[in-house]
Design a protein around this ligand. Structure first.
Ligand SMILES: Cc1cc2nc3c(=O)[nH]c(=O)nc-3n(C[C@H](O)[C@H](O)[C@H](O)COP(=O)(O)O)c2cc1C
Length: 434
């Protein structure tokens, strides 16, 4: 039996996620207001038809960084509405798929978050997931009137935040509710205990004022690329969303994650890693390439520059549009991760225009072709990387979502690589199914 892939889709509750300008193309339902629930409900029903493990909502608490005007003008991941509020609307029209919303550990007290996701776990019948992020943008810190804490401090605080949430979720024994009509006792107080947490960043007495869920605690998702980020993922997460540009880079990323899980006393299989990919599929290769071209052509140049700066940390406002990326590498002393990866993947002669446009259309490896070609490539990445599956980079196009679910998923199912149906009821059961 071939190993099966876990599948998911990632998007943002706004006009754009990583398909900058995608909303301009005819595939997007501009006649419907994305701020209302129906388009998202349609999307998650499509994903559930494809038996995906999860629909994953990324989030930010402000505008992305410089240049702010272009970020807003071209909707570079802005605006983004609160995905937590959307989850119950999605749960109401689905019954199996996991529903993940992002919430940051940097600007709030963990008690509120523990309460929010415990409530969502009941409401979704075990399908809620919390994507733990530490929020790295200055604009987000400014929205809270504070200085952006240093990278290491954000992760230290994030780990403690997760610990407090987990302690609060276990502050009730499963059989604490007695609901005894005769005595009038609702709960046995001996089975509901304070957590008395007094840490470096937080204090919380507890117990949580939400009863424990029969589905267990919320599923924890996370993404971190740095060694420190991966350590937190290995420590805290049930599922990790990873982006690397080729299997040669994916393999060590996955190995390090599993090694960190073990270092924190967990089994390496307790944490799944799903790779972000941007799939363009058509009934013919030409149709698939046309889909990709349509999205590449929809990216305005200033928006591609903004997205590129945002994702590489390199300011390219003054750089020639046709300048080879190799020149940028030579002159820039900042973070090279994505620049290096793009140059390696696209060749040393790749220009800023090509790299910036490509990374503005699904900031992940592109997989383009017929259903068979896409399935071949996904299988290759899956085997070579040792990962557990894929997250399809998605914006709010039901047409694009359906193209993957109706063309690629059946091909993966035929090959025994994707589930034919859900065997479990909850998100955690889906993740543990294989
Ligand atoms: C695939 C992926 C998805 C992410 N999604 C979000 C997100 O939705 N919201 C957010 O604030 N940060 C998000 N991040 C940023 C991470 O949470 C983290 O802050 C960032 O990667 C910097 O940490 P690092 O240095 O460990 O990589 C994402 C990162 C990756 C790699």
């Amino acid at each position: 039996m071939p190993r099966k892939m876990h599948l998911g889709a990632v998007m943002m509750f706004g006009p754009t996620h990583t398909g900058i300008g995608a909303w301009r193309t005819p595939d997007y339902p501009l006649d419907h207001d994305y701020a209302e629930p129906e388009v998202w409900q349609e999307l998650v029903r499509i994903f559930e038809r494809g038996k995906y493990d999860m629909a994953f909502f990324a989030d930010l608490l402000g505008a992305a960084e410089e240049p702010a005007d272009d970020t807003m003008r071209y909707s570079v991941q802005w605006p983004v509405h609160d995905p937590v509020s959307l989850l119950p609307f999605l749960a109401a029209v689905t019954s199996r798929i996991g529903l993940v919303a992002t919430f940051s550990t940097t600007y709030e007290h963990p008690y509120l978050n523990a309460r929010r996701f415990a409530t969502l776990t009941h409401l979704t019948r075990g399908r809620a997931g919390w994507n733990v992020v530490t929020s790295g943008y200055f604009s987000e810190a400014e929205n809270f009137g504070v200085e952006l804490p240093a990278h290491a401090d954000r992760y230290e605080r994030g780990d403690e935040f997760v610990d407090v949430c987990k302690a609060l979720w276990s502050s009730w024994e499963p059989d604490a509710i007695v609901a005894d009509r005769a005595s009038g006792a609702w709960v046995d107080p001996a089975k509901v205990r304070p957590i008395d947490h007094k840490g470096k960043h937080f204090a919380s007495r507890g117990p949580l004022n939400v009863k424990p869920s029969r589905y267990g605690p919320p599923v924890i998702a996370s993404a971190g690329q740095s060694p420190r980020g991966l350590d937190s993922c290995g420590r805290n997460a049930d599922v990790v969303f990873g982006i690397q540009w080729n299997p040669a880079a994916m393999r060590p990323h996955r190995d390090r994650l599993r090694e960190r899980a073990v270092a924190h006393g967990r089994s390496p299989d307790d944490v799944k890693i799903l790779w972000g990919v941007k799939v363009f599929v058509g009934r013919t290769e030409e149709e698939a390439r046309q889909r990709q071209r349509t999205l590449l052509d929809a990216v305005p140049e200033p928006a591609a520059r903004a997205m590129f700066s945002l994702s590489t940390g390199v300011d390219v406002r003054g750089t020639g549009w046709e300048e080879p990326l190799g020149n940028l590498l030579a002159t820039n002393t900042g973070s090279h991760g994505l620049l290096d990866a793009l140059t390696t993947n696209m060749g040393p002669g790749v220009t800023l225009r090509e790299a910036a446009t490509m990374s503005s259309v699904g900031l992940a490896p592109h997989v383009v072709g017929t259903p068979e070609q896409v399935a071949d490539r996904l299988e290759e990445i899956f085997e070579q990387s040792g990962g557990d599956g894929f997250v399809f980079m998605t914006d709010y196009s039901p047409i694009e979502a359906a193209s993957i679910v109706d063309l690629v998923v059946p091909e993966l199912q035929r090959r025994g690589r994707a589930r034919l149906d859900y065997s479990g009821e909850t998100f955690r059961e889906h993740l543990r199914e294989f």
